[in-house]
Design a protein around this ligand. Structure first.
Ligand code: GAR
Length: 198
């Protein structure tokens, strides 16, 4: 059984899309894969409720309780590894997990650590991506699923989706349009990866 561990910080709508797609497409039978755990660095993350309602084990690890990034990441890795099936490294999926990860953490999960970022990378890494796209006069915006490497919001691109930037768009209206595409490309990119590994 290949276990998928999803890391969130907020509403967890990408996580929910992945869980729903996994159930609808029968990833357990197709790929021997399931979403085994959801971890949040915020106790109030709305996505935790969805995960619990869907029978998925949840953990909260408050980064504010740690003196350093290294200490937080070490505990995070311990929790992730508890979700691993014997002999089967887990797939670690960042879904709105708003933490910068240490190089050691990234190296530990190299090749099985994915992220979604709400821009057409390599444009607009970091925060406030939609406002940056509007300010730059972009006619299209979008989202990128990528392998995580030590450099923030970089790494091999697995999937992208583009949406138009419409006259009168605000960062919020554009983000909502992009998010609907994120919910399609993230589950699809994970399924493709599982298919290759199955
Ligand atoms: C998504 O738009 C995701 O791309 C973004 O946070 C949102 C989380 O929404 N991630 C980043 O900005 C990471 N740099 P969700 O919690 O509803 O999935």
């Amino acid at each position: 059984m290949k276990n998928i561990v999803i890391l969130i910080s907020g509403s967890g709508s990408n996580m929910a899309a992945i869980v729903k797609t996994a159930q609808r497409e029968g990833w357990q039978d197709k790929f021997g894969a399931r979403v085994a755990g959801v971890i949040s660095n915020k106790a109030a993350a709305g996505g935790l409720v969805f995960a619990r309602e869907h029978g998925i084990a949840t953990e909260v690890l408050d980064h504010k309780a740690f003196a350093s990034r290294e200490a937080f990441d070490a505990d995070l890795a311990r929790i992730i590894d508890r979700f691993e099936a014997p002999g089967e490294p887990a797939l670690v999926v960042l879904a709105g997990f708003m933490r910068i990860l240490t190089p050691g953490f990234v190296a530990r999960y190299a090749g099985r650590l994915l992220n979604i970022h709400p821009s057409l990378l390599p444009a607009f890494p970091g925060l406030h991506t939609q406002q940056q796209a509007i300010n730059a006069g972009c006619k299209v915006a979008g989202a990128t699923v990528h392998q995580v490497t030590a450099e923030l919001d970089h790494g091999p691109i697995l999937a992208q989706a583009a949406v138009p930037v419409l006259p009168g768009d605000t960062a919020e209206t554009l983000a909502a349009r992009v998010l609907t595409q994120e919910h399609l490309i993230y589950p699809r990119a994970i399924a493709e990866l599982l298919y290759k590994k199955a």
